[in-house]
Ligand binder design. Sequence first.
Ligand SMILES: CC(C)(COP(=O)(O)OP(=O)(O)OC[C@H]1O[C@@H](n2cnc3c(N)ncnc32)[C@H](O)[C@@H]1OP(=O)(O)O)[C@@H](O)C(=O)NCCC(=O)NCCS
Length: 199
Amino acid sequence: MLLPVGYSDVPAGKLAAVVTCLEMTTQALARPDPSTIDWQLRRMPNPPLAWYRSLFAYLGQEWLWSSRLEMSAERLQKILDDANVWVYALSMDGKDEGLLELDFRTAGECELAFFGLSPIARDRGTGRWLMNRALELAWQRPIQRLWVHTCTLDHPKALAFYLRSGFVAYERRVEVFDDPRAVGHVAKHAAPDVPLLAP
Ligand SMILES: CC(C)(COP(=O)(O)OP(=O)(O)OC[C@H]1O[C@@H](n2cnc3c(N)ncnc32)[C@H](O)[C@@H]1OP(=O)(O)O)[C@@H](O)C(=O)NCCC(=O)NCCS
């Protein structure tokens, strides 16, 4: 359904975000990795639910990520246990500070489903390094397309980062959804720059 031109009301208790979908149809050239790397990436096959939820909440709270927190345990575990879903944790000083998730469940393509770094891991070339690894991993499978979406609630530099990494924007959508703070999936104090309008 097309949104009417002009303003549309968003009810209290809901949020609205502009989502940009981006893709690459051939593997982009890697940008030079930073010279000092004091982090590790490890694959997490069949990740434990509690571990995954806790990392997702740690990384995503600032950006009101909630899709995986509102899912039933059964549904989420099924996704995470799927052989076509590859979950990686980036750790620094023995603590997980980043998440990379590649989803190959649709034949011929890969979704960069989650890509996030904590404030400790950002702004030091880690994003670029993690993207280089993501490109290597995704394109080792016979895919025709790697895609990602980011929204206006994500880190303000995320979209430019994806463009710099070789993705091309192809679609823009508006998403309206329950404010995860209003329904208890995310702490009430999260994202203070996006005030919670109580229903
Ligand atoms: C989006 C995100 C991954 C980008 O990561 P980032 O930290 O901003 O990216 P980098 O670590 O590569 O560093 C950013 C900039 O710092 C600079 N920089 C600082 N120190 C550096 C170093 N030692 N080596 C290289 N670059 C460095 C570079 O200019 C770099 O930009 P570039 O490499 O893209 O040219 C990160 O901001 C993030 O995880 N945000 C929160 C979650 C989120 O919004 N994810 C996207 C959801 S779809």
